[in-house]
Write a protein that binds this ligand. Sequence first.
Ligand code: HEM
Length: 216
Amino acid sequence: MRAVNKIIVIGKPLLFLLCLVPLLLLLWDAVQQQLGANPVEALLYRSGDWSIRLLLITLAISPLRKLTGRGWLLRFRRMLGLYAFFYALLHFTVYLWLDRGFSWMEISVDILERPYITLGFMAFLILLALAITSTRGMMRRLGRHWTALHQWVYLAGLFGVIHFLWLVKADYREPGLYVAIFLILMLFRAGSFKKRLQRLFALYSGKEREVGSFSL
Ligand code: HEM
């Protein structure tokens, strides 16, 4: 077996298990009643933290590949993106169920009137759309629109980091770090930004038929 194939065959199940660790620790702490004085808040915070961390790691894959020349890194991107969505889904479920008790009135008011929740919700909707369309079948079916849709992952990242920054009241270190990482990742992309805009324009105006390899 070639070295690269070996990395992928061994790396994928390993990464799958590694990304499950935060969930297992959360479940363990819940069962052991070790979630602190406010368990719902702990569940909300820890699921939100892992969603934004995994989303930023997903966004870092492409620059890392360019820096290191390791093309196989891209093979792990979809799984990381899907895990970012998974933790966002958990986060949203905790909010709907344990925090708001499925009170749709309160939830609608939150989403419409609390800007940090509006942003979190928009980030979630983007991640949902990307997760649904992350399969090879969807990639084929959507053709050139798939690439354009999956560029929205950057918007999800932006909304996610602002959502965190906005809700923090005192200690800005962690959200500040994520904003800095997001900005560095965007700066890294700035060099090819113009080219990408031109390409996107060409995709939408139907001048380009080929779909590039861009995904979650
Ligand atoms: C589905 C829509 C979402 C809703 C309704 C929502 C709601 C919330 C709420 C109520 C909090 C706790 C605020 C507080 O008590 O001060 C929170 C925290 C947080 N959320 Fe969200 N959120 C959503 C989506 C997201 C997404 C998509 C991400 C990540 C990409 C995310 C990341 C975070 C983070 C990192 C925290 C703070 C955790 C901490 O303080 O350690 N949220 N969210």
